[in-house]
Write a protein that binds this ligand. Structure first.
Ligand code: NAD
Ligand code: UGA
Length: 473
């Protein structure tokens, strides 16, 4: 099938590349010329495991092209995906200007034949009908200006995306379910045909599993499913963080508690990892957008508001813990292990690291950071905040630090030479913001270990450099 994907970010590029991998003819459109030039040269503007490899193969096979020419993409595609960003506005609602611009652009370029326009972006509930209106208006404007009568026909489908950054390619080929919202059976059938190789697990890790369940529903329900899924997951994390904060006070260990409750199949063990809060480009904005929609319809979504406020507090919990151990932070040097909002991504949008950098700088601390994606400075199209000193290695990070905070659970942070890091620090204190490290191993390496909702280990006194040196002598 001929496909056009408009917007080549984490969702659009992965969608376009994976559909090309399954054999469709895909043109990806982006209005960022620099990104398009990079992609045309076979390079991905984002880091996502496995993406570059299949992108290059699909390009070599002639299944995948990149352009900034929306008209060419619209003419090519039988299915047109809208996958542009919907970032948050200060009010909490989503900024839909990019979706609007693309919908208008599609309408301006529609000529003849039938197209399925797919809302892949996470859009406010009701956007399916709104997009249809914008496209119709653009077609009418086009017809008023033209002497040739046009016979463009289209339907709008909502097809929310559930991939996670860091495992986006895997998630695309191994989805838990697909959601298709719309009122046109013809359009829904076309979407099922498009996704047939994925539904039948041709590219899945386990091809013997039953087909991927497809939830076919109306536009508004599909749009609401996307927000409800993210809101539930974010609330689940806020819940375990709340339990962690109680554990901190009563001396229990939240990692044990999470295991104990997660084995109950009604609760489930996923998304029970307590830490310094949820971030990223979607949970914060999508929960805020759902709260805003509820407010618009006269309903105050108290549970969701509580999940958000618990998370805001959690995101600066590491500062409270640093103050408890170090006292005054002014003049101290704090190292951040990790900047991205989760491992295996270069994405720093709304990462908890940003809150820590802002607050620590405000309190007069010097902030250094090491992140594998930012070891050589700012990465691709992302920029690290100016206040933070980026270091090229974990050793450089540890040099003369008064404490380090593990912000991101990158696999390689499990395997660092922590004894070597402790030797470089003024005080070998580690705040494990993801409960990712083994407390006993940290103490053996010379650290005073502080987790989130689990007992601290070691002693802050013996973690000071002079005492460590005396002990070593
Ligand atoms: P992104 O910011 O990474 O990418 C958006 C892309 O759209 C950019 O490359 C930008 O240049 C391009 N763009 C903007 N306006 C354009 C226009 N008029 N024409 C062509 N291209 C244009 O965004 P993202 O993270 O991929 O998210 C896209 C949507 O998918 C959002 O609504 C988001 O909520 C949703 N979503 C994201 C994820 C995720 O993991 N990032 C997962 C599920 C859903
Ligand atoms: C999330 C959802 O998991 C995807 O299904 C969805 O498609 C996507 O948002 C989206 O709409 O953009 P993502 O933001 O990539 O995916 O990452 P997650 O793995 O969900 O993690 C989000 C945040 O929650 C991270 O900051 C992570 O550290 C935190 N988290 C996650 C926890 O603190 N504890 C957990 O147990 C799990």
């Amino acid at each position: 099938m001929k496909v056009c994907v408009i917007g080549t970010g984490y969702v659009g590029l992965v969608t376009g590349v994976c559909l090309a991998h399954t054999g469709h003819q895909v043109i990806c459109v982006d209005n960022n010329e620099a990104k398009v030039t990079l992609m045309q040269s076979g390079k991905s503007p984002i880091y996502e495991p496995g993406l570059s490899e299949i992108m290059q193969v699909a390009m070599q096979n002639g299944c995948l092209q990149f352009t900034s020419d929306l008209g060419a993409g619209v003419e090519h595609g039988d299915v047109l995906f809208i996958a542009v960003g919907t970032p948050p506005l200060p009010t909490g609602e989503s900024d839909t200007q990019y979706v609007e611009a693309v919908a208008r652009g599609i309408g301006q370029h529609l000529k003849t034949g039938y197209k399925v326009i797919v809302n892949k972006s996470t859009v406010p509930i009701g956007s399916g009908d709104w997009v249809r209106r914008i496209v119709l208006d653009a077609i009418s404007e086009q017809q008023e200006m033209s002497t040739v009568s046009m016979a463009a026909q289209f339907d709008v489908v909502s097809n929310p995306e559930f991939l996670r950054e860091g495992s986006a390619v895997y998630d695309t080929f191994n989805p838990d379910r697909m959601v298709l919202g719309g009122s046109s059976q013809k359009a829904l059938d076309q979407m099922q045909a498009l996704y047939a190789p994925i539904i039948h697990r041709v590219f899945a890790e386990n091809p013997d599993l039953p087909p991927v369940p497809v939830v076919t529903t109306d536009l508004s329900s599909a749009e609401t499913i996307k927000y409800a899924a993210n809101a539930f997951l974010a609330t689940k994390i806020s819940f375990i963080n709340e339990i962690a904060n109680i554990c901190d006070r009563v001396g229990a260990d939240v990692t044990q508690v999470a295991q104990g409750i997660g084995l109950d199949s009604r609760i489930g063990s996923k998304f029970l990892q307590a830490g310094i809060g949820w971030g990223g480009s979607c949970f914060p904005k999508d929960v805020a957008a759902l709260v805003h929609t509820a407010d618009d319809y006269g309903y105050s979504a108290e549970l969701l508001k509580a999940a958000v406020s618990a998370n805001s507090r959690q995101r600066v919990l590491a500062i409270e813990k640093l103050q408890q151990v170090l006292g005054i932070l002014k003049g101290k040097t704090i190292g951040l292990l990790g900047l991205t909002f989760k491992p295996d991504t270069d994405d720093m949008r709304d990462t908890p690291a940003l809150d820590l950098i802002t607050q620590l700088s405000r309190l007069g601390a010097k902030v250094k950071a090491y992140d594998p994606m930012y070891a050589e400075g700012s990465h691709g199209f992302h920029k690290a905040p100016e206040q933070v000193i980026l270091t090229a290695t974990p050793d450089e990070l540890a040099e003369n630090c008064d404490a380090v905070v593990l912000v991101t659970d990158w696999q390689q942070f499990r395997e660092l030479d922590y004894t070597g890091l402790a030797a470089r620090m003024n005080t070998a204190i580690i705040i494990d913001g993801r409960n990712y490290l083994n407390p006993d191993e940290m103490v053996a390496a010379g650290f005073y270990y502080v987790g989130i909702g689990r007992p601290s280990a070691g002693s802050p006194i013996t973690a000071t450099r002079s005492l460590r040196q005396q002990a070593a002598a």
